[in-house]
Unconditional design. Sequence first.
Length: 213
Amino acid sequence: MNKRKFNVLLASAILLMSGSVLCSAHDFSVVDNHGNKFFFNVTDTLKNTVELTYEGRITRSDDTVTYEGELQIPSKVKYRDVVYCVAAIGPKALAGNEGITGVVIPSGIVEIKDFAFDGCTALNKIIFPSNTVRMGEGVFFRCPSIENITLGGDWSSVDLRMFEWSDSLSNIRIPAKVKNIRNLKALDKLERIEVDANNSNFTSVDGVLYNKD
């Protein structure tokens, strides 16, 4: 192997190692008024945005921070005199937290990334923000207890496949501005659909979904 090729391979290895370190480490943490400790990565230093992440490593140990009960994710956090807006929930950010029973996702979060709530087996209640939220793959994978959901008031499209792993979701309410509903058949246990009376595209009669006409 010549020297040039060796240097290229060495540089690539260093980049890969650096990337893995950055992916597994959080930039800072904050504690909210309820004593919950949250971990964040800075995603944009100009716009001062961050994403919620896990505690430095994806594997859990006895001293790993876990969450219990209903969790209210902060919309803004302050660190070293800088106020950051929480714009995303990162991959696997809350995965494996079997004690979480509910989550309130604040306005300003525009993306929930892959497997963010994977394995939150007790998660029952989800309140989404009014603004549109992009969903990654398997956001609620292995979350069988989801039963109560509040979808965003400004959402124009709903993909129900994100709840396909729930065995408890039997009733949903479609907000007024929704124009497109996808993957309705993904919800095996769904028994009833309610539609906001102001929705101009859909209606429901005795829990059955119809086009408005």
